[in-house]
Design a protein around this ligand. Structure first.
Ligand code: GDP
Length: 373
């Protein structure tokens, strides 16, 4: 066995300055700080939003939820409900905020409902904007909505007019990920047909849903395949369940029917696994980046622009006030000019009278001019 030359090792180490450890430092700092992620679920009530969230994060976030009766539904206006949980996996903490909008479309006045949703999203931008211009910029609690899971009814034939309206109100503010809710009520063929129709509706109405970033060309084949499958699954057809059932001696999350069990986690039964992978494992940071770099920047630019416009409006009113002062001055000058002109005219008249008198009485050249006034 050959012995290592100690001087050679030393020389190699000397060649490193040390910045290669930077990613590690960033990683450690980010892990210590933890991650904020806010998810909004939107869609008609009863489409399985709460169930899906529980299935996604393996929790029971809605155990104390009260199901409103019909009279309540008519009376009720929309309230956004925020649930916060902290999940930890291998030392990495994610502070998760789920914004549910129970009553969206329950209230008779649907317009009121979606306006509240839009204003909620705006409010979070505003809070961040204010915090960013404040003193404690380092510890901003980021409540901006990073992703909106939009639940589409499996019973319809594509997007409803209200879906189109709400998506169009939100698509420049938030990353919309469309889902076909309760897809177990449809056959695979029906799911495929509905997906195609939803995509057509999205395209026809110029709705910008979240687009997955291009996969790096140097990624391995397996990753590329996964990425392709994710993209092709949009809108994700999902199934949610709060119950664990037994199948073949294994405990699984699923829905038990007289004819069999629908497994939430089975990729042959639905796209739940793909959605979870996208949302949590592969695209969470991209959703945050798009929120921050595109949606929030749009909001910031609009805010700056509107404050500029109001400033220039103020300037214009100031200008008007200035011009009123100038107008007063101009009027004063005009009056002075008129007075001077009148005086000159009086003097010219006087001069004319004197000349006339002189012509009539040439002898009085050296005498008194008399009263010419
Ligand atoms: P939300 O009002 O949108 O939050 O809907 P919930 O999560 O409360 O679900 C309403 C009802 O639909 C409940 O009885 C659920 O058990 C049921 N449900 C939820 N998810 C699914 C699903 O994927 N398929 C079917 N068939 N039913 C579901």
């Amino acid at each position: 066995m050959s012995k290592m030359d100690p001087t050679k090792v030393k020389n190699e180490e000397d060649e490193f300055i040390g910045f290669a450890s930077l990613p590690e430092q960033v990683h450690r700092k980010a892990v210590r700080r933890g991650f904020d992620f806010s998810l909004m679920v939107l869609g008609d009530s009863g489409l399985g939003k709460s169930t899906l969230i529980n299935s996604l994060f393996l929790t029971d976030l809605y155990k104390d939820r009260e199901i409103p009766d019909t009279a309540d539904l008519v009376e009720r206006t929309l309230t956004t409900v925020k649930k916060q949980i902290e999940i930890e996996e291998k030392g990495v903490k994610v502070r998760l905020t789920i914004v549910d909008t129970p009553g969206y479309n329950d209230a008779v006045n649907a317009e009121d409902s979606w306006k509240r949703v839009v204003s909620y999203v705006d409010q979070q931008f505003q809070l961040y904007y204010q915090a960013e211009s404040g003193l404690n910029r380092k510890n901003i609690n980021d409540t901006r909505i990073h992703c909106c899971l939009y639940f589409i009814s499996p019973y319809g034939h594509g997007l409803k007019p209200l879906d189109i309206l709400v998506m169009k109100k939100l698509h420049h503010k938030v990353n919309i990920v469309p889902l076909i809710a309760k897809s177990d009520v449809l056959t695979p063929k029906e799911v495929k047909r509905l997906k195609t129709k939803v995509l057509e509706d999205i395209k026809e109405n110029d709705i910008n849903i979240y687009t997955f970033p291009e996969c790096d060309s140097d990624e391995d084949e397996e990753f590329k395949e996964q990425d392709k499958a994710l993209k092709e699954a949009v809108p994700f057809a999902v199934i949610g369940s709060n119950t664990v059932v037994e199948a073949g001696g294994k405990k699984i999350r699923g829905r038990m029917y007289p004819w069999g069990i629908v497994e939430v986690d089975n990729p042959k039964h639905c796209d739940f696994i793909k959605l979870r992978q996208m949302l949590i494992s592969t695209h969470m940071q991209d959703l945050k980046d798009i929120t921050s770099e595109i949606h929030y920047e749009n909001y910031r630019a609009e805010s700056l622009l509107s404050s500029e416009v109001s400033k220039s409006n103020r300037e214009r009113t100031k200008l008007k006030r200035d011009s009123i002062a100038n107008l007063d001055k101009a009027l004063e000058t005009e009056q002075l000019l008129q007075e001077k002109e009148a005086e000159i005219q009086r003097m010219q008249e006087m001069l004319a009278k004197m000349q006339a008198q002189l012509q009539n009485n040439p002898n009085s050249q050296n005498g008194r001019l008399g009263n010419v006034r």
